[in-house]
Design a protein around this ligand. Structure first.
Ligand SMILES: [Zn+2]
Length: 56
């Protein structure tokens, strides 16, 4: 999925017990709930691995 600021690709970033999205371009970080409405299939599959962490 794309960054809202610069349209570069977002990567899933796992930090301790939290999961965030980070832009590979401008390095802006997004909380999952901020981008939840924009999640694409690829990203959802990655996040499925972390479901227990995100929604605990
Ligand atoms: Zn960006």
């Amino acid at each position: 999925m794309k960054c809202r600021e610069c349209s570069e690709k977002l990567e899933v970033l796992r930090m301790c017990s939290r999961v965030k999205m980070r832009c590979t371009g401008c390095k802006r970080e997004y909380h999952i709930h901020e981008v939840a409405s924009d999640l694409d299939i690829e990203t959802e599959k990655i996040l499925e691995k972390y479901t227990a962490i995100i929604y605990d």
